[in-house]
Ligand binder design. Sequence first.
Ligand code: UGA
Length: 425
Amino acid sequence: MKIACIGTGFVGVVTSAVFASHGHEVIGLDIDENKIKSLSEGKVPFFEPGLNELLKKTLNEGHLTFTNSYKNAITDAEMIFIMVGTPSAADGQADLKYVFSTAESMAPYLKENAIVVIKSTVPPGTNEQIEKIIKQKTKTTFTTASVPEFLREGSAVEDTLHPSRVVIGTTDKKTGEKISQLHQPLSNKIIIMKPESAQMAKYASNTYLATRITFINQIADLCEKNGADVEEVAAGIGEDPRIGTHYWYPGFGYGGSCFPKDVSELAAYSRAVGESNNLMNKVHQLNLARAPYLMKKLDQKVGGWKNKQVAVLGLSFKPNTDDTREAPSIAIIEYLQQHGAQILGFDPKAKWVGKTTNFSQKNSLEEAVINADAIIAIIEWPEIISFDFCKTRLSKPQFFIDGRNQFDPTTIKNCGYTYLGIGRE
Ligand code: UGA
């Protein structure tokens, strides 16, 4: 199939490479010439496991090319995927300006019976708006659909090659069949529904997961008041098949480019449609307050952050990515800066881009913990959780803050640290 992928951000590059790896003829389009140049040379401008290899392979096989010309990308395309950014607007809802300008730019070149698929995260009602924009510029017959993205950073290639499900939002039977055909080699769970339902499914999925994390974080706070261990509590309830054991690991709060944005967009959407007194409006606020709340609580336990040397381990928002957007490290480092600590940061991939007051980034974990009064292990990077912290233990008192409950408290205590976990003493 001839496919055009518009937007070569995270979702765009992964999706283009995966479709091309299945033998489709894919053209990736972006208005950013530097991105096009770098991708055409086989260079992914961010870190994502397995993606560079897949990009090079599909470029070499000739199934994937990149362009900044709408004419080149759209003229022969049977299916066009819109994967441009939808940043939050001032009122908190998704700003659709890039989606709309994409629709406008592609319209004059659309082939007869082309299918325009929206993969960007957009609110219900966007398909009609797109159709209206395109119809103003062409008489060509086309259909639209919404196929939301569920991949996770750090495992994006795997998630796209083997998605847990493919949700297709369309009211046109033929369009649904054609999009199903394209995805059949990837998944046997293909669910066709109305575009509005597909768009709500995307927001609801991220908001549910974010709520689940917020819930376990709050249970952790209660456990600290009564001596319970949140890990034991989670195990005790997770075996209920209605609940499940994973994806609710407590910590300093969720981050990334998706959960914070999608939860607050759904909250803003709720307010706009007169449903302001709902859960969505609370979850984002609770998550924003999470890291400062824990840092304040820890302040008392470590005897004040002022003049303490603190090793902050894990700057990215999760392991296996160099993405620091909305990472908990940001709120933690800013708190430490405001409270007079000296901060030594370490991350296997991510670079600190915030204020550098009292902060220096180290190339190795050893350098970050050298002379530390407190170590905060925020992210469960394999390099961090497999490190032998007993080896670097000093003779002075040292606090070990296990921000992800990844370490065995007894082992850490036995080598002389004061261990402080999340929701466990
Ligand atoms: C998330 C969703 O998981 C994807 O399904 C979705 O496609 C994507 O957003 C998106 O909308 O594009 P992602 O942001 O890559 O994916 O990362 P997750 O692995 O879901 O983690 C999000 C945040 O939650 C991270 O900060 C992570 O550390 C945190 N988290 C995750 C927890 O605090 N506890 C957990 O148990 C799990």
